[in-house]
Design a protein around this ligand. Structure first.
Ligand code: IMP
Ligand code: MG
Length: 178
């Protein structure tokens, strides 16, 4: 049993997560039948989502990772920094899927999407486990999200606060963030 210091409320159960990932995997298996795809995981938050999704896919897949973080700053002055970009030749002229944990402001995915576009993929799609209600109105790219979550901080199933709680197998809202 892990030591939990915050007040957590269950938001999305492991059964719901499993069900939605299965539906998504079936869609992708149909859509990319007979094709090879490149999955790009954005570290670290999408690690469990990526692992669960990838193991339900039945086409050949290749993978690489991107590590990116927001600089501290005010909402409008915040910048992103890439810590690791793509190192394998698996983007140009390939079907590429970005696997992300959540869209909050949309800043992370805007930067990742625009970076990957410069590497000339054949197709480029965004798949995100969750997106926050009302938080990314000016995000201009299409995406497929499994869960809409309220504008609250969530933890578990890859999501963390102070790098804690990632290993919980369900998603919780945190009621006492500070
Ligand atoms: P964005 O760039 O504002 O869209 O933020 C996206 C990044 O912030 C995600 O990749 C997450 O790592 C992190 N993030 C946003 N909201 C949450 C949350 O509620 N819990 C944990 N991480 C979050
Ligand atoms: Mg992230």
């Amino acid at each position: 049993m892990i030591n939990i210091k915050h007040k957590l409320n269950l938001l999305i159960s492991k059964q719901e997560i499993e069900k939605e990932i299965t539906i998504l995997a079936n869609e992708l298996n149909d859509k990319f039948q007979g094709e090879q795809i490149s999955l790009i995981m954005i570290l670290n938050g999408s690690v469990f989502f990526f692992a669960d999704l990838a193991r339900k896919l039945n086409m050949p897949i290749k993978m690489d990772t991107i590590s990116i973080s927001s600089y501290l700053g005010t909402e409008s002055t915040r910048k992103v920094k890439f810590h690791k970009k793509i190192v394998k030749p698996i983007i140009e002229n390939k079907h590429v899927l970005i696997i992300e944990d959540i869209i909050d402001t949309g800043r992370t995915l805007t930067n990742v999407y625009e970076y990957l576009q410069t590497l000339n993929p054949k197709t480029l799609e965004i798949i995100t486990l969750a997106d926050k209600e009302g938080c990314h109105e000016d995000f201009k790219y299409n995406y497929r999200s499994l869960f809409k979550v309220p504008n609250k901080f969530v933890v578990g199933y890859g999501f963390e606060i102070d790098d804690l709680y990632r290993q919980l197998d369900q998603i919780y809202t945190i009621e006492d963030e500070n």
